[in-house]
Design a protein around this ligand. Structure first.
Ligand SMILES: C[S@@+](CC[C@H](N)C(=O)[O-])C[C@H]1O[C@@H](n2cnc3c(N)ncnc32)[C@H](O)[C@@H]1O
Length: 421
């Protein structure tokens, strides 16, 4: 690891350039190997720095705008943004200012901006965390804020924005029977283990041995709602990278893990190998898959708007133009999955979305059009699940502003449909 933090900071600035300049998701940049040449600890640090800057970007830009007459080029702006975020989170001024001046000084095009970076960050350093804390929580962009306000109301959306700013702890699901001592871990009401400030995940006890996997507490609920039993034939219809496959495989069920993405299934295979769990892996378009199953989990592709606490790049890299196509694909997948379900079987539908069109509305429509479909409310009666979370049509609505005192949860929608005999 580079103790000065220069390598991690430089990479964080590269990630900011990609997200804010090219509209790329951080996951795409990481998948393309953006941080591969860094040591694991620096990789974790670079990601954390970029994510924290994106979470607080509106605040950062407000502070910076007071000290800039003209906006400099994007890379210089991102050097200033990262420096501002670090200073406002209490990092030592001397170290941050020197590092940012050195980084900009070594760029090919912006070496002449060293003086500006030095002067602006010194001013920010004196204003410090006090000015930061007085600013409002960054707002979501209008393309997302407007539909969310229409669905949940302004106070709820403001609470979600606070949750987005706070970020997310690390949640893990323990493999049944595994024993591991994770210092600082606490159980949340639904049973997931939660760690604040976890650092580099692969360095935590039990990771190499496959004693657990990373999975937000909300994301751990769909497989619990499905409650797979040993010997049941189960289809995980959009499975990769496999958190829910692992949960269901751990019950002794016979799980088929299907996904269209070979690269993402590579991660699923690694997760199976690390945990020693078994599933049949199938690369296919779900809409072309055939077979008959006792139960199906459909974790459909969606806007992922419930995961902004952990993926604050999403509002900057997307614009909502893909919503319509996703909603159409979800209803096609629901209809196709229904045909693969044995009479008496159950289908758990879920999305990590905050938009009712990808959750509540899909299930209302499915109950009208899928032959022999009824909602199973009893399947939602799980430890830690609050009755208030159950929706009118009988699904479960989870929001990032829930469990505010415990560190929040991802936004999710989950419903269990039963097919008549
Ligand atoms: C929400 S993610 C699944 C997350 C996964 N269930 C888990 O818990 O780790 C949605 C997945 O749907 C997959 N997908 C998208 N379109 C698909 C299709 N037509 N057929 C099968 N999988 C598809 C994507 O590759 C992606 O892995």
């Amino acid at each position: 690891m580079d103790d000065s933090g220069t390598a991690a900071r430089r990479s964080a600035i590269y990630l900011l350039d990609q997200v804010l300049g090219e509209g790329r998701l951080m996951s795409e940049c990481l998948g393309a190997g953006a941080l591969d040449r860094l040591e694991p600890a620096d990789r974790a640090r670079a990601q954390r720095l970029a994510l924290d800057t994106l979470r607080g970007l509106e605040r950062v830009d407000r502070l910076l705008s007071k000290h800039l007459k003209r906006m400099p080029a994007l890379t210089v702006r991102n050097v200033l943004r990262l420096g501002t975020m670090e200073l406002c989170h209490g990092a030592a001024a001397h170290g941050v200012v020197n590092a940012m001046v050195e980084i900009v000084g070594k760029t090919r095009r912006f070496g002449h901006m060293k003086g500006l970076v030095n002067a602006v960050l010194r001013k920010i350093a004196t204003e410090g965390p006090e000015a930061w804390a007085a600013l409002r929580a960054p707002r979501l962009p209008k393309w997302l804020r407007n539909p969310l306000v229409a669905a949940w109301g302004s106070p709820a959306v403001a609470a979600m924005e606070l949750a987005h700013l706070a970020g997310a702890p690390l949640d893990i699901t323990l493999r049944p029977g595994a024993e591991v001592d994770l210092p600082g871990a606490r159980a949340v009401p639904t049973g997931s283990l939660r760690l604040d400030d976890a650092g580099q995940v692969s360095a935590l006890p039990g990771y190499e041995a496959g004693a657990w996997w990373v999975q937000d507490a909300a994301a751990a609920l769909p497989a619990k709602v499905l409650a797979a039993k040993p010997g049941e034939r189960i289809l995980d219809m959009c499975a990769a990278p496999g958190g829910k496959t692992l949960q269901m495989a751990a019950t002794g069920a016979d799980v088929v893990a299907l996904d269209i993405s070979e690269a993402r299934l590579g991660r699923l295979r690694e997760n199976l190998a690390r945990t020693g769990l078994k599933a049949e892996v199938v690369i296919s378009d779900a809409l072309r898959h055939d077979g008959q199953y006792d139960a199906i989990l459909l974790d459909a592709p969606c806007s992922a708007t419930g995961t902004i606490r952990r993926h604050p790049d999403l509002p900057f890299a997307k614009d909502g133009s893909e919503f319509g196509g996703l909603i159409e694909l979800q209803s096609q997948m629901l209809a196709h999955a229904w045909g693969l379900l044995k009479p008496g079987g159950r289908l758990v539908y879920c999305t990590c979305s905050l938009l009712p069109d990808e959750g509540e509305v899909q299930i209302e429509e499915a109950l009208e059009i899928l032959p022999g479909a009824r909602i199973d409310r009893d399947a939602l009666a799980l430890p830690g699940v609050e009755p208030d979370w159950v929706t009118e049509e009988g699904g479960l609505r989870l929001r990032p502003d829930y469990w505010a005192d415990l560190g929040g949860m991802d936004g999710f929608y989950i419903a269990c449909l039963r097919k008549s005999l």
